[in-house]
Ligand binder design. Structure first.
Ligand code: SAM
Length: 484
């Protein structure tokens, strides 16, 4: 007999993925749900200005805790009037006649299931919305939602006019939803997006007793099969509280999809889209798919690294991640070989140097600070107590790595000098972002490097990403390629 997800008996509810209640005490109210909608309004910016004001307000969740003794329905009703105005993305008007698409995510979506009625059974009371435009779900570092959405909209706008209004974002939520016409987004060219997902459904008000049925129905309405099922949550403290819940829910949904042949591990299946269920809380799920050739191959878009015991600083994780993200396996083998040479500007205490040394690469470590631990006396390391902006190598080196804390424009100018002077072949460097006008500062720095290299007729490849281990910064890979 076929096993159905409803017949599991492991102390976990087959429908909800939560442990079965065995006690008879009254249920405590559910944690407050953060809206899919915005917190504090962001200042609209001029179209194309590239600048953005960043909302540093705490997420609304803190204000919306269910008061003890109140039901979540009561709490929901009480929450409604306090809903702040949505944070909007810059309005786009160029060429296109502005379309009234609404200011809320819900208004951008065409509703295909009637709004819940009070008397409907809990299992049927969910609300499923089908997207009518192309909606994209992007994960990002919390606090960078505006940058992430702004950048995606700018990329889309470079192809054709974008919709007049954009969905709101929630400050510090760790994700953004962008609604486009027919533009295609390129994951590789997005700096702030950790993951790029085509969003197909949002399901709100999932019934506590049966989350599986509405989620499964929404998935089954999608065409085609999937290579993987990734249940994900925002990279926030609130998101972390959902980890146990998604771990329990994963096998239930996975079994249901496998039974229906929609999740497959057949040869060649790695080319199929991945299925993402993104829980913003236990009652709201965003359902989307990612193209394996246009997305991050890591759950939640996070390329995790384990801290090597010998490395002198946690910064080492940043370079380890950069190498994994920017270089494919063959490039790692070809470009990072024993016997090569590197200069590390701003090297102390030695986490980045350690990554090079462990690959047998000889490093000139430039920093007035001290190198520590294993990097203080390694025969492959020469430590120079000098100003990194004044140092010039005697011979071309294979690698420049640079993690100096300086203005992005100043670091960019230095990088331009290294490449136009032929001092290095490849570089990985970090740009520390200012608190305000981050996208503008970044565009200026990267644009400055590009125009210098273009002017000199140098062929190159440049990729930038805000890595998981980056904070208020982004990491850039720049490599000289053969001139045609
Ligand atoms: C974030 S730390 C680098 C950490 C290092 N990448 C690691 O993995 O251990 C920044 C370093 O840049 C150095 N620094 C800042 N300005 C510098 C300059 N003008 N010349 C050389 N080093 C500089 C600081 O002394 C500091 O050690």
């Amino acid at each position: 007999m076929k096993k159905t997800p409803h017949t599991k008996s492991n102390g976990v509810s087959a429908k909800t993925g939560e442990p079965r209640r065995t006690d008879t005490s009254p249920r405590t109210s559910r944690p407050a749900k953060p809206g899919l909608t915005g917190a504090k309004p962001a200042q609209p910016t001029k179209p194309g200005s590239g600048s953005a004001k960043h909302d540093t307000a705490k997420p609304r969740r803190a204000e919306t805790k269910t008061a003890p003794g109140r039901s979540s329905t009561q709490a929901n009703a009480a929450r409604r009037p306090t809903k702040p105005a949505p944070a909007k993305l810059p309005a786009q008007a160029e060429g296109a006649k502005p379309r009234r698409v609404g200011t809320k995510l819900t208004r951008l979506l065409s509703l295909n299931v009637a709004a819940p009625k009070a008397a409907t059974p809990a299992a049927a009371r969910h609300q499923t919305e089908t997207i009518s435009h192309a909606n994209w779900l992007l994960y990002c570092r919390p606090g960078f939602e505006q940058d992430c959405a702004q950048e995606a909209v700018a990329q889309a706008r470079s192809q054709r006019p974008v919709l007049a209004e954009q969905p709101e974002i929630t400050a510090n939520s760790g994700y953004a939803v962008v609604t486009l016409n027919e533009q295609a987004l390129s994951y590789r060219e997005l700096i702030f997006a950790r993951q790029l997902i085509r969003l197909h459904h949002t399901i709100d008000q999932l019934p506590e007793r049966d989350r599986l049925t509405p989620i499964l129905a929404a998935i089954l309405a999608l065409p085609g099969n999937f290579s993987a099922l990734w249940l994900e949550v925002p990279d926030t403290n609130d998101g972390k509280t959902l980890s146990a819940f998604i771990r329990r829910f994963q096998p239930l949904l996975e079994d249901a999809l496998r039974e229906r042949g929609r999740l497959t591990a057949d040869a060649g299946s790695e080319k199929l889209p991945r299925l993402h269920i993104f829980f913003t809380d236990k009652s709201s799920a965003l359902i989307g798919t990612s193209d394996p050739y246009n997305s991050a191959a890591a759950i939640m878009g996070i390329v995790r690294q384990s801290m090597p015991g010998e490395a002198p600083s946690r910064s080492t994780l940043k370079l380890a991640e950069a190498i994994e993200v920017f270089l494919d396996k063959s490039e790692q083998t070809r470009l990072l070989r024993a016997g090569m040479t590197a200069v590390d500007l701003g090297a102390a205490p030695g986490g980045w140097t350690w990554q090079m040394v462990r690959r047998g690469i000889r490093v000139t470590a430039v920093d007035n600070g001290d190198m520590k631990g294993a990097m203080a006396k390694n025969p492959l390391v020469e430590h120079l107590k000098q100003d990194g902006f004044k140092y010039a190598p005697r011979k071309t080196v294979d690698w420049l790595i640079c993690d100096m804390v300086e203005k992005p424009a100043k670091v960019a100018e230095l990088i331009g000098t290294w490449f136009t002077s032929g001092w290095c072949r490849n570089a990985i460097f970090n740009l520390k972002l200012p608190m305000k006008q981050r996208v503008q500062a970044l565009d200026g720095a990267l644009g400055g490097i590009k125009s210098r290299l273009d002017m000199e007729g140098i062929s190159y490849k440049m990729t930038a990403k805000q890595l998981y281990h980056d904070r208020e910064e982004v990491t850039v890979f720049l490599s000289r390629t053969k001139n045609r």
